[in-house]
Design a protein around this ligand. Sequence first.
Ligand SMILES: Cc1cc2nc3c(=O)[nH]c(=O)nc-3n(C[C@H](O)[C@H](O)[C@H](O)COP(=O)(O)OP(=O)(O)OC[C@H]3O[C@@H](n4cnc5c(N)ncnc54)[C@H](O)[C@@H]3O)c2cc1C
Length: 356
Amino acid sequence: MKTEFLLVGQGLCGTWLSYFLEQEKREFLMLDPGNLPNASKQAGGLINPITGRRLVKTWLIDELMPFAQQQYRQLEQFLLSRSTKPVDNLFEERSIVQFFSHADSRSIFEKRATEQNDYLVLPQEELPEAKAFDRLYGYGIIQKSYQVRPDLLLASYKKHLSLSGRLLESKFEYDQLVTLSKGGRYQDIEFDCLIFCDGIGTHNNPLFDHLPIAPVKGEALIVQAPELPTSHVFKGPLTMIPLGHSGYWWVGSSYEWAFSDPYPSTGFRTSVEQTLNKWLQLPFTVTDHWAAIRPGSKERRPFVGMLEKNPAIGILGGMGTKGCSLAPYFAHQLVQHLLYRTPLCSEADLNRFKIN
Ligand SMILES: Cc1cc2nc3c(=O)[nH]c(=O)nc-3n(C[C@H](O)[C@H](O)[C@H](O)COP(=O)(O)OP(=O)(O)OC[C@H]3O[C@@H](n4cnc5c(N)ncnc54)[C@H](O)[C@@H]3O)c2cc1C
């Protein structure tokens, strides 16, 4: 079998990379067994333009946001035209109600709202939805934020790959890779380019052991709270993101840089239930508990590009906590770079790290 591009891993990175290759009418195959850890399926799916306690703009957000808006909508249309699984509400604008934890956080918000009034606003009147929460110090609104449904997107795209004969449901074994003077071979597949989108799998990938990978475990509960209006995301001691209008909510999450296993923990569940009991003034039931490892990088910038010593092999990864906005943007950038030699963003370019 011969292909131009062999892609390893169908998370958000692999999905977007294959989509842009298909738009360019290039040949590719996707390898993913479907039963390995996948952070994208467990993600909250939020694209929040504002980050951290200081409420500063997220890195590159003014470029990422319009790109994400345009591309998620086009991908939604593309999937609908292929009539794979229904993909309604794959991507929606959803403002965030940001509850203040103390008086200081309110003053920071007020100050930033005067500087960044396109994203941060203080409501003039009480929001009826916010009455469902303990709101001692008040709240502000982060507008122009978006919610993606990566679980639906990946399932629908997987079906499309499978129907078009481009999905091989098996695990890539790193020791079976043969590099040739041009391209390479994996088992019976000859390829021109091999691109790893293997998420946390990169941690065990010998080709990329020079990268400063920083795995970050995250857990979330799935909660049923049928009386809570699904108009907003609610962000206080926890983040609550509606899963459509089903009455189910994604509630998370933790950020653990040191962990002994990738599984859901009773400690997380207990602490989230206790916090939710105090914060949310409506009844809820826990229906599920998820855990996954975010493929992060120590300097919080992605890994994008081809190896200097072997330009047939590359990576799209290291998306950390921001895969929903970074994956489409950098997948597009990588495809343009490969096909038209356009430059990569220097902060994300893989070759900022040299192999000794
Ligand atoms: C709890 C939690 C909440 C999050 N919330 C958000 C959020 O609200 N907003 C946001 O933007 N981001 C969020 N993230 C981060 C986001 O999930 C990641 O940045 C993103 O999913 C990474 O995508 P990826 O494609 O690099 O990796 P993954 O989604 O992990 O995909 C990797 C794929 O590679 C495959 N693979 C691995 N090894 C091999 C192999 N050897 N052979 C074949 N296939 C292989 C796996 O099967 C998997 O399908 C969250 C993450 C977690 C854990």
